[in-house]
Design a protein around this ligand. Structure first.
Ligand code: SF4
Length: 388
């Protein structure tokens, strides 16, 4: 298996893993946002055999393995390809990712659009790395906050007939209104056409549709609003099984394995919200995973830290857990100034340095600290003092 297409940079994939502080990061895009039980178990085994054992769920509903060595990468790819988790053709990974509303049903508009688009992916132009499509044609859009550049959604009138084609629209990200379409096939045709327009109108310079200032073409009038956004999947019981949360967006392989271990489980669907929809699940609680929507670990950010990452001189996860709920606003605990887990500033950011923490208020992991060289206990004391 050749590694010639492997590069360093943004948007890693499986064929293009990214070198990070803890080895190669290998990202997998599950087809239709769903893994069978067998695929999930194989991914758990591969994470332990070839990586650090951690499996992460990204904000674009991709799965990533960390800590993969250069020497182990070819063997990992053999497993991922054999399991149908990665396309054997490296170029296929360059096609734009499809993000599906996780609650899609076989034959509904979201599923049908994904099926058609997969057949037409080769017709799409060469798009910037981060450009993606959201297929979100349930009764109410649920992916409005998720990263995507063109969206298939439903208008308020279409929300009344979610399994039919009524009220479908295609919306460019950043625009409040979309273009009505008469059918799923027409929506897919329009998505492909808009992707070409994006490139031809200079969208490559902007990088993302939201930043692209060119007026939409006359043949894609933005005339109709999508329906009001619907809620995210709530943790707990679900008509298909059970929804489970991932603390800080990741868990070690044994926790993932436990989630799919019952024989009643058939598959796992991924979401952009640190939540998994386990189909057919019967277990009420899974050690290491979350079942309470109020758990602050669903929103706080922490990188893997020590011992997972060689760049880290501190453990991040234990402190992040202790801080969760103590701080009003965003919390970020980073093993080093690289700040892999969060690019934006956080109300409280702790950065590891020489086995201690630096405290940054309202900034990023590489910003100037307010206090340096703190132990875990001193961090907690400093924050309690701040809280009054
Ligand atoms: S931020 Fe964390 S994961 Fe990234 S290199 Fe530093 S210690 Fe490693």
């Amino acid at each position: 298996m050749s590694a010639e297409v492997r590069v360093r940079g943004w948007c890693p994939g499986a064929w293009r893993p990214m070198a990070t502080g803890d080895g190669l990061l290998v990202r997998v895009r599950p087809r239709l946002g769903r893994l069978t039980r067998g695929q999930m178990l194989a991914l758990c085994d591969a994470a332990e055999a070839f990586g650090s054992g951690l499996i992460e769920l990204t904000s674009r509903a991709n799965l990533q393995l960390r800590g993969v060595s250069e020497a182990g990468w070819p063997g990992l790819m053999d497993v991922l390809v054999a399991q149908g988790l990665v396309d054997p053709v490296p170029q296929a990974e360059r096609r734009p990712p499809l993000l599906l509303a996780p609650d899609w049903q076989a034959g509904d508009a979201t599923h049908e659009a994904a099926r058609l688009l997969q057949a037409h992916l080769a017709e799409l132009p060469d798009l910037p790395d981060k450009v993606g499509l959201a297929l979100d044609a349930g009764p109410a859009p649920v992916l409005s906050d998720a990263s995507a550049d063109f969206r298939l959604e439903r208008s308020a009138s279409g929300a009344l007939q979610p399994r039919a084609s009524g009220g479908l629209l295609v919306r460019a990200d950043g625009r409040a209104r979309g273009t009505p379409v008469a059918s799923v096939a027409a929506a897919v045709e329009l998505l492909v056409r808009l992707a070409h327009w994006f490139v031809d109108s200079g969208g490559r310079d902007a990088g993302r549709m939201r930043r692209h200032r060119a007026p939409l073409p006359a043949w894609a009038p933005a005339s109709i609003r999508p329906a009001e956004a619907g809620p995210r999947l709530a943790l707990g019981d679900h008509a298909r099984g059970r929804v489970l949360g991932l603390p800080f967006g990741r868990a070690p392989a044994p926790a993932w394995r436990a989630a799919v271990d019952p024989a009643e489980v058939t598959a796992v669907r991924v979401t952009p919200w640190r939540r998994l929809l386990v189909e057919g699940a019967v277990e009420a609680a899974v050690p290491g995973l979350l079942d309470d929507d109020r758990d602050p670990r669903l929103s706080a950010d922490a990188c893997p830290g020590a011992p997972y990452c060689a760049q880290a001189s501190v453990e991040t996860l234990a402190l992040a857990e202790r801080l969760s709920g103590l701080v009003a606003g965003a919390v970020h605990v980073s093993g080093c100034p690289k700040g892999c887990a969060r690019r934006q500033p956080a109300e409280v950011c702790l950065t590891g340095r020489a086995s201690r923490f630096d405290l940054i208020v309202g900034g990023r992991a590489d910003d100037t600290p307010e206090a340096t060289g703190l132990t875990d206990a001193e961090v907690l004391a400093a924050l309690e003092e701040k809280n009054g």
